[in-house]
Design a protein around this ligand. Structure first.
Ligand code: NAD
Length: 263
């Protein structure tokens, strides 16, 4: 996408989910910056995660970015991020939720039926409830015009071998997006999710069968290829901007058309 660097001019917000330069959130941040927006960050607690975020953002030309650690399954951590953001930055125009986790022992082709209660609860809490928890803290800071975007995958709509419990979490995330959009519309807050094609990230590599997904995507997608992280980044930047002012509650597929095919 070409834009003149003003799409997100004057817009400030929070990005959750940069683990390294391969993360979807890295590409999203790159495109927010190119569009003139001002991203601030949260990362999983721990020095290693902090260092990785510093490396990834310095690669994007950011020196000394604002960041706060947060395990999204902890209410206190989420409170800290949003309270500190409100005190130190103030205005909140956007939130990017690019976070997911499931126990990789249950991300194997054919073992969904063996999912234990704890693995289910953990995956749903970290990967889906966290969006609701963020929206609760973000909406009051958004001052009548805000945009929240999360990341989902086709395995939340259809059975994708090995995606298993993560597919259940994505189904919950996608439908939470609709309910949140319905509740928060009157506050001027839009909530959307992007269904991105497979990308070689740390989270993706935990899914059994991911390698086949890249081949099948290339073979079946109408555009005959896999997607680039930048293409998701561009779409997120658009959804965060006022040009998407009438779009809310949507699952937007950035998957080279893969999801419209049947055979
Ligand atoms: P990634 O591993 O780079 O990012 C996942 C992020 O989640 C990491 O930054 C990790 O630290 C964070 N995280 C995990 N548990 C957390 C917790 N308890 N608290 C806070 N943060 C936590 O992988 P990614 O592929 O960039 O994943 C980002 C999003 O994109 C996820 O929602 C993923 O499901 C989604 N997605 C990925 C693909 C793909 O093929 N890579 C496709 C579609 C959607």
């Amino acid at each position: 996408m070409t834009d003149d660097g003003t799409l997100l001019e004057g817009k400030k917000g929070l990005v959750f989910g940069i683990a390294n330069q391969r993360s979807y959130a890295y590409y999203i941040t790159k495109k927010i910056l190119e569009a003139g927006g001002e991203p601030h960050f949260s990362h999983l607690p721990g020095e290693k995660m902090e260092r990785r975020l510093v490396d990834a953002t310095s690669d994007l030309g950011l020196e000394d970015p604002w960041m706060e650690p947060c395990d999204v399954s902890e209410d206190e951590h989420l409170d800290n991020v949003f309270d500190r953001y409100a005190d130190e930055i103030g205005e909140l125009d956007f939130v990017v939720h690019s976070v997911a986790f499931a126990d990789r022992d249950y991300l194997k082709d054919g073992n969904f039926w063996e999912t234990p209660r704890e693995a289910w609860t953990e995956a749903l809490e970290i990967s889906a409830y966290s969006l609701v928890a963020m929206a609760q803290r973000a909406a009051p800071l958004m001052d009548g015009n805000g945009s929240i975007v999360s990341m989902t995958y086709y395995g939340g709509e259809k059975v994708v071998p090995g995606y298993n419990i993560m597919g259940i979490a994505k189904a919950a995330l996608e439908h939470s997006t609709r309910y949140l959009a319905a509740d928060l519309g009157e506050k001027g807050v839009r909530v959307n999710t992007i269904s991105g094609g497979p990308l070689k990230t740390a989270a993706a590599m935990a899914v059994g069968g991911i390698r086949e997904m890249f081949d099948i995507q290339e073979e079946r997608a109408p555009l005959g290829r896999n997607i680039e992280g930048d293409e998701v980044g561009d779409t997120v930047a658009f959804l965060l901007s006022d040009r998407a002012s009438a779009i809310t509650g949507e699952t937007v597929h950035v998957d080279a058309g893969f999801s419209v095919t049947g055979m």
